[in-house]
Ligand binder design. Structure first.
Ligand code: FES
Length: 291
């Protein structure tokens, strides 16, 4: 692999895909993050030639591109394995066995955090919370979920990957794509598998089910964004405030989503202004709440 340039076919293809990514943003440089995933889809890491390509296309220096690439852990500075096995060792997974799973898998593969097996199949990582705590301890393979793991099941999992056998996530997609394939998806090119498998499972929905069975509603929330005549008092910035009814968990969220523009939807919320967060207005609001 040349350290500086791509062969003509790859260069043309990558530039065409980069142009498609850039067209999605008002400012070309905003496309840098997905373009780095695009580089990883080609090289398996953020290579020097990938950095040079991004810099050339976006009119940035290589140092600027490198500064971004080194900030995020999803961008690899050395060749990644075909499968990133990420063991969650954040608080909840750790106490549920994540630490011991990482130790055992590390010992079994003979590699530590951010290291890759000699056959190039697996890169092992300790990862932070994957928002899957209800299935702790969780192992991710290329960001697909493997829930409720044990040291034994995790070792079986990496053995299957090493043997080239297909592995099936416990939720989400039916199979696990390779690091390069999933990097292409992260660059913004769909692989048509977004709707495969189960999304929210029983453990995730348990609280909602109990709330429905008991007719529980979330407490009233204050919504300053609607300005629809339900004014009660003043907002922090002096504008009209509205108080919206509590969210009906048995009804409004029956479909599992809150429609845009409805209670708790952030899609139409106005951005916070300086007036909202000045010491004077916050102080006023605190006093009002205390009354
Ligand atoms: S702590 Fe592991 S998924 Fe949240």
């Amino acid at each position: 692999m040349s350290s500086e340039t791509y062969p003509p076919e790859a260069d043309t293809r990558l530039r065409a895909e980069a142009a498609e990514i850039i067209s999605r943003y008002p400012e070309p440089r905003s496309a840098l993050l997905p373009m780095l995933h695009l580089v990883q889809s080609e090289d398996g890491f953020v290579s020097p030639r990938g950095i040079a390509l991004c810099a050339d296309i976006l009119g940035l220096t290589r140092a600027e591109v490198s500064a971004v690439a080194t900030f995020y852990t999803q961008y690899k500075r050395h060749p990644n394995g075909d499968y990133t096995v990420g063991v969650c060792t954040n608080a909840l997974c750790a106490v549920m066995g994540g630490d011991i799973i990482f130790e055992r898998v590390s010992e079994h593969l003979g590699i530590g955090h951010d290291e890759t097996t000699a056959d190039g199949k697996i890169t092992l990582e300790q990862v932070e919370c994957n928002a899957a705590c209800d299935y702790a301890p969780v192992v991710m393979v290329n960001w697909e979920f493997f829930d409720n793991q044990t040291p034994t099941s995790a070792i079986d999992l990496v053995d299957q990957i090493t043997a080239g056998e297909p592995v099936r996530p416990t939720r989400g997609a039916d199979t696990v794509a390779t690091f390069k394939e999933i990097s292409h998806v992260l660059a913004g090119f769909e692989d048509g598998r977004a709707n495969e498998g189960v999304g929210a499972g029983e453990a995730t929905l348990l609280g909602l089910r109990i709330a429905r069975e008991n007719g529980w509603r979330a407490p009233q929330v204050r919504d300053d964004s609607r300005g629809d005549g339900q004014a009660q008092g003043k907002t922090a910035s002096g504008g009209p405030a509205t108080t919206t009814p509590g969210v009906d968990l048995a009804g409004a969220t029956a479909s599992g989503t809150v429609p845009v523009g409805e209670v708790q939807s952030s899609a139409e919320r106005k951005p916070t202004t300086e007036a909202d967060v000045s010491a004077e207005t916050v102080d006023k609001d605190v006093k009002k709440e205390a009354q």
